[in-house]
Write a protein that binds this ligand. Structure first.
Ligand code: TRP
Length: 334
């Protein structure tokens, strides 16, 4: 399929390791979009300074997040894959947008209130204006679609407000960015302990990371909650059993799933066997990604090339936008 001219932009936090929930909830969407749109995917290293002023681990984290995303199928030749701090135009646009962002609306942002509560000793202005920086990231490329999860909806709404405010004040420069994902619902990957979805902040043992080794994967899967099995044919599955089937649907073949569905319905299911199968299928899914990510991470020359090429693409688009922005604001004196 040929690419549409529409522009996609999203940011990836350089904190934490990628897990299965990130893969099916976000990265898979990016990989699909790269063939259909002009895409800008950025590692939000400047944003991380709002909550992680200590930068000792930053370089390793940036390298890891780039490696993991490439290993999942993001192609640096198809998209602009870059670091936020390499595109200085972001900071300039952030400054202009800050003049249009009101203290009151920033203080009302849910993520700001949460983070202020978590780090009461570091409620800095960067934290307050986090959504302004995020807006700059997006509209710097005049992006239309932003693949993000539900937790980012308020930031997206603020981005629309800031973009519209700019257009109103200085003339039409920016389209309205909107959240975008394939399908109406994002794929939710259930956690292995039967409670909620996989996430890095919850139970570590209930989350499968793309960096987990084979034994760790098997061990985590075997620990998933089950019971002694249904006693009546055609029983309704309890949530935690439904979750195991959901996980299977992500990585196992149709025949395997069908077999266990039938066993469940006939009350002959053995959850130990089911989890063993799921463990092996998870290993088959995760191991190649883990190995690819590791080899990329160890290739600093390759990563440097990726970052340089990505920054160059992003800056080209950023420069064009900033010409329009400065002119619209009235900063052209000669
Ligand atoms: N705030 C986003 C998050 O926490 C990361 C992010 C930064 C982002 N800049 C962005 C997402 C621009 C979309 C577009 O996940």
């Amino acid at each position: 399929m040929g690419k549409k001219n529409e522009i996609v932009m999203s940011g990836i936090r350089p904190t934490g390791y990628l897990h299965l929930g990130n893969y099916f909830g976000a990265v898979k969407n990016y990989v699909r979009m790269q063939d259909e749109f002009e895409c800008y995917f950025m590692v939000a290293d400047l944003h991380s300074l709002t909550t992680h002023p200590d930068t000792k681990e930053l370089k390793a984290n940036v390298h890891r997040v780039l490696s993991e995303n490439i290993a999942c199928g993001l192609d640096p030749d198809k998209v602009a894959l870059y670091c936020q701090s390499h595109v200085y135009e972001t900071s300039e646009l952030y400054l202009y947008l800050n003049m249009m962002a009101y203290k009151g609306e920033l203080e009302k942002t849910v993520t700001f209130k949460d983070k202020a509560r978590q780090h009461p000793d570091n409620v800095n202005a960067g934290l307050l204006t986090y959504p302004v920086l995020q807006t700059a990231d997006i509209i710097l490329h005049r992006a239309l679609y932003v693949p993000v999860g539900k937790d980012q909806e308020q930031h997206l709404e603020m981005a629309r407000n800031f973009a519209n405010r700019f257009n109103h004040r200085y003339g039409e420069v920016f389209p309205e960015p909107q959240a975008f994902n394939y399908g109406s619902e994002l794929v939710k990957v259930p956690s292995l302990d039967g409670a909620g979805k996989m996430s890095k902040s919850e139970n570590q043992f209930a989350t499968l990371y793309l960096s987990d080794d084979d034994d760790m994967i098997r061990k985590k899967v075997m620990k998933a909650k089950t019971d002694s099995g249904p006693t009546e044919p055609g029983s309704v599955k309890p949530d935690y059993i439904e979750n195991i089937f959901l996980l299977m649907k992500l990585v196992s073949t149709d025949e395997v799933i069908q077999k266990f569905e039938e066993d469940f319905n006939k009350c002959t299911i053995r959850y130990g066997d089911m989890k063993k199968q799921l463990g092996e299928d998870m290993v088959r899914f995760i191991a190649p990604i883990r190995e690819k990510a590791e080899s990329i991470r160890n290739d600093e020359t390759y990563l440097k090339g990726v970052m340089e090429k990505g920054a160059e693409k992003a800056r080209k688009s950023a420069r064009a936008t900033m010409e329009l922005v400065r002119e619209a604001i009235g900063l052209k004196y000669f």
